[in-house]
Design a binder for this molecule. Structure first.
Ligand code: SF4
Length: 442
């Protein structure tokens, strides 16, 4: 039967508890189940005057509000508070009744200045240890990469004395566009895609230099589980990263750069010279040693040289150098680069590298599309870090929620099967009427 409401937007006089209005499978219910905010009050105790002053907004409410912002990728606090005003699930998540007055958006921004990043760092750390305890993290292969985040800043005010965001710098964005912003350097577990470490720099900083610090963070969090390999794109490939990871027990899986000749493509490249690590010298294609002579002060490259007398009589000289003697300039970690180049030709290396993009680029796509990582919500490096930590925490907790739901499904199915058996055992089939079997449930 069709019906027609007489009045819309009428006054509600009697309300059921908010709890009963939130669907069981609402994402915020899931988040609430796995969220551990027991540490928040203790962590920000010294940020408040404990004796005097006006009563503050509960710090846990503040953190919950920022988690809603990260969960739904709302870039503005004003927008966040407007949504919380009208969304029952958001109100329920922060523990506010429908008739309770919400904190003002300006208060929230001020509180962030007061908190700094420590509490959000702790939140992120806890999300990783929860994922680890649940057995979600495999930790065998890690993936490292960086993504750019557009700053909330006019292009013409970058690096100006009066710039509202003095930390933002020009960097390469998709489409090879130069835009002001930041870079989030991230390391994630290959199987679970849990984010194990991150750092934030201005957009002009190279990825290469950030790999080892975030790897060390991830190793600390993984404790005794030492990963076998770390995959990264060509930006991470260097002898230095290879050797540093080798020292920590990992293989670097990253496509190495082509060997340079410094003398033109028609001449032998460093790849054509065999490096003798024990004696620290190179052997040229004609079998002559090139000995170490000095290290460049500015770039730290090591210089190796053949003897003029050897090169003069060499039949291969026209394909080697037009100078009197051949010289090689290599990095201090050249042997690492040689090993990386050799490893890059193996099947195992290629297979591992093929797993890189779906994992780490998938994490970035998720963070940008659903959680608002594409644009900086606030100005300054420290606030950008808070945004990154919140989004990474939400992503990790989503993985944990999915795992718990995954666990629950078979448990529920098992319990349902048990219940069905119990029901069957309660069915009394002993009493048989004359014509047929009558089932009776006690
Ligand atoms: S020119 Fe000198 S360095 Fe080059 S192949 Fe001949 S001997 Fe070796």
């Amino acid at each position: 039967m069709q019906t027609k409401r007489e009045q819309f937007q009428q006054e509600m006089t009697l309300l059921p508890p908010l709890e009963t209005l939130i669907p069981e499978d609402h994402p915020l219910r899931g988040l609430n189940r796995v969220l551990d905010l027991s540490f928040v009050h203790g962590a920000v105790r010294d940020k408040y005057n404990q004796e005097n002053g006006r009563p503050s907004i509960d710090p846990e409410v503040i953190v919950r509000l920022f988690l809603i912002q990260a969960m739904y990728g709302m870039s503005r606090v004003r927008e966040l508070m407007r949504e919380v005003q009208v969304n029952l699930a958001y109100r329920w998540f922060i523990g506010y009744r429908l008739d309770e007055r919400l904190p003002d958006h300006s208060t929230l921004s001020k509180v962030l200045d007061r908190f700094g990043d420590a509490v959000f760092n702790e939140l992120f750390e806890r999300s990783i240890s929860q994922c680890k305890k649940s057995g979600l993290i495999e930790g065998k292969v890690l993936h490292v990469d960086a993504t750019t985040i557009r700053a909330d800043l006019d292009r013409n005010r970058v690096e100006k004395a009066d710039s509202p965001d003095p930390d933002a710098r020009f960097g390469r964005f998709p489409g090879d566009k130069l835009e002001p912003g930041y870079k989030q350097h991230t390391i994630a577990d290959g199987r679970s895609r849990v984010i194990l470490g991150l750092s934030v720099t201005s957009a002009d900083r190279p990825e290469h230099d950030e790999a080892i610090p975030i790897l060390d963070d991830a190793l600390r969090r993984l404790e005794e589980d030492v990963p076998e390999a770390v995959c990264g794109d060509a930006a991470y490939a260097s002898g230095e990263n290879y050797m540093k990871m080798k020292k920590r027990g990992q293989r670097l899986i990253s496509p190495p750069p082509k060997a340079k000749t410094y003398t033109g493509d028609e001449y032998f490249s460093t790849e054509d010279f065999e490096y003798d690590e024990e004696n620290d010298l190179f052997v040229c294609p004609w079998g002559t040693p090139l000995k170490y002579v000095y290290t460049e002060k500015k770039r730290g490259r090591r210089i190796y040289q053949a003897l003029r007398t050897d090169c003069r009589k060499c039949p291969l000289k026209s394909g080697c150098t037009k100078a009197e003697k051949r010289q090689l300039k290599v990095s201090a970690y050249h042997s690492g680069l040689v090993q990386l180049r050799a490893a890059s030709k193996t099947k195992d290396f290629k297979e591992l590298y093929s797993t890189r993009a779906p994992v780490i680029e998938g994490v970035f796509a998720e963070a940008k599309q659903w959680h608002g990582l594409g644009r900086a919500w606030r100005r300054g490096l420290s606030k950008m870090l808070v945004q990154s930590l919140l989004i990474a925490t939400v992503i990790n907790l989503k993985r944990l929620m999915a795992r718990l739901v995954g666990f629950r499904r078979p448990i529920r199915a098992f319990l349902r099967a048990i219940w069905a058996l119990v029901q069957l055992s309660l069915i009394d089939i002993s009493a048989k009427p004359a014509s047929s079997v009558q089932l009776r449930v006690r």
